[in-house]
Ligand binder design. Sequence first.
Ligand SMILES: Nc1ncnc2c1ncn2[C@@H]1O[C@H](COP(=O)(O)OS(=O)(=O)O)[C@@H](OP(=O)(O)O)[C@H]1O
Ligand SMILES: Nc1ncnc2c1ncn2[C@@H]1O[C@H](COP(=O)(O)OP(=O)(O)O)[C@@H](O)[C@H]1O
Length: 208
Amino acid sequence: MSAVGKSANIFWQECPVGKLDRQKLLKQKGCVVWITGLSGSGKSTLACTLGRELHSRGKLAYVLDGDNLRHGLNKDLGFSAEDRAENIRRVGEVAKLFADAGLICIASLISPYRKDRDSCRSILPDLSFIEVFMNMPLDLCEARDPKGLYKLARAGKIKGFTGIDDPYEPPLNCEIEIQEEENGVCPSPCAMAGQVVGYLEEKGFLQV
Ligand SMILES: Nc1ncnc2c1ncn2[C@@H]1O[C@H](COP(=O)(O)OS(=O)(=O)O)[C@@H](OP(=O)(O)O)[C@H]1O
Ligand SMILES: Nc1ncnc2c1ncn2[C@@H]1O[C@H](COP(=O)(O)OP(=O)(O)O)[C@@H](O)[C@H]1O
């Protein structure tokens, strides 16, 4: 019996089928690929391309996209530092469940604060939190501006927009960094996904 947060008198319930059993069934190891970066840096593009590539290889993956989750689970949250922290905490907990289910969970959120990302890392088993930094310059993200949000932020119509008048703290020790090539060209979506798939293969996540 224990107390956790505001809950008292709660008990952990063990189930007879465990993570290893599910991994054997799926022939893969559960993990979280956490994609962080500015708005417009290509997080969703990488998440979707990676999801499709894994699917075509017979691997079960699921994408948790920040924008999409804010339509449901996180629709009560805004963009203050506190709300972003709660957003990342919730998605980290959901991602942990997916990884425990044996899936390759792909989470794509700006997740601008290092401590929030590190908290997610700390609740996952060793090495199963794979942080991918979309290291794209603000200029490029702003030039893309697919939703017109940078334009609105520059005009002062959106306050607290990441990269404009709100902080983004780049990772210090991420597992994977996606960046422009030497000629200043962004790698194609397939090349970005290939970089992540290569990592998952090398670390043994795509087999049991
Ligand atoms: N103020 C502000 N700052 C940043 N982004 C904003 C803001 N307001 C709305 N949006 C839109 O919300 C998307 C980011 O949601 P996230 O849940 O990923 O953000 S966070 O991780 O909680 O910071 C983000 O999506 P992406 O462009 O895909 O990153 C925007 O479409
Ligand atoms: N590797 C890429 N090469 C060319 N264009 C890209 C690439 N990645 C993303 N884009 C384009 O950049 C824009 C922003 O990408 P998106 O995935 O929506 O970013 P984010 O999810 O980080 O906001 C979209 O118009 C997308 O088509």
